[in-house]
Design a protein around this ligand. Structure first.
Ligand code: ATP
Length: 235
């Protein structure tokens, strides 16, 4: 299988008045095409830093990254249209409907209006498309955020904690959505600090702790190998 995402030896050190903090310490990750890949690690382990670095929002201190075979950040513009991402909590105007929200984003991004209905269908919000976003549950808002990231028909979708705060029903809906996307050929990377979310939603997983990869593989294999190890204890 082809790797859609490859990260090798990624280094990131933050410098502030409080001193130097090493967020990534030679981090490695490989994600194969068509996978829903979980990126699991405790708070502060370096997940957001990794995802923001991949998107060119943070400059790393070392290491190599490639998306769809293109080195980033040097060739990020070449693949940018093929990557959809949510790395910040999306803010929506509560008085807008979901369709209006997506239509504005589509117009701003030069995306055909027909695509709006297609993504609303994909994320299961077609029936509620004319309702104002302020009437939406958290799970529906998260799926609207995913819909916005899908407008440009990306091949790789990067989601930072998309299941954060969702109840079990919301997590199951997120799983159904991720399955639908992967069956359509998309590759998804989603982060979480909750093992149960990754177990429910993902095929494969990379576990990060203190800025380093501590395990990777299929969810079943990784959990079988690390059931009672320090990895699980640290999570
Ligand atoms: P969470 O699940 O809490 O979002 P995370 O795994 O995404 O955590 P990061 O946000 O990448 O972790 O943080 C990794 C480390 O880098 C932490 O120790 C964090 O405090 C530190 N860090 C992150 N951003 C900055 C910053 N702008 N300046 C200084 N330190 C930072």
């Amino acid at each position: 299988m082809d790797a859609v995402l490859e990260i090798a030896g990624l280094q990131k050190t933050y410098r502030s008045r409080k001193g130097v903090r090493r967020a990534l310490d030679g981090f490695d990750m490989v994600v194969e095409a068509g996978q829903v890949h979980g990126f699991l690690g405790p708070n502060g382990s370096g997940k957001t830093t990794t995802l923001r670095t991949l998107l060119g929002l943070i400059r790393p201190n070392g290491g190599r990254m490639s998306i769809l075979g293109q080195e980033v950040p040097a060739h990020l513009p070449a693949v940018a249209g093929q990557v959809g991402a949510i790395v910040e909590s999306p803010q929506f105007f509560g008085n807008f409907t979901a369709r209006d929200t997506l239509s504005l984003l589509a117009d701003a991004g030069g995306v055909r209006r027909e695509r709006v209905d297609a993504v609303l269908e994909l994320v299961g919000l077609r029936d509620r498309a004319k309702d104002r976003v302020r009437t939406y549950s958290l799970g529906m808002k998260q799926r609207l955020a995913v819909a916005s990231a899908l407008l440009k028909e990306p091949r790789l979708l990067i989601l930072d904690e998309p299941a954060n705060g969702l109840d079990p029903g919301g997590i199951r809906e997120m799983r159904t959505l991720m399955r639908t996307l992967s069956e359509s050929g998309m590759t998804v990377v989603l982060s979480s600090h909750i093992l149960g979310e990754i177990q429910l939603i993902c095929d494969s997983v990379t576990i990060i702790a203190a800025g380093r990869r501590v395990a990777a593989g299929s969810v079943a294999d990784v959990l079988a190998t690390h059931t009672s190890s320090s990895v699980k204890v640290r999570l």
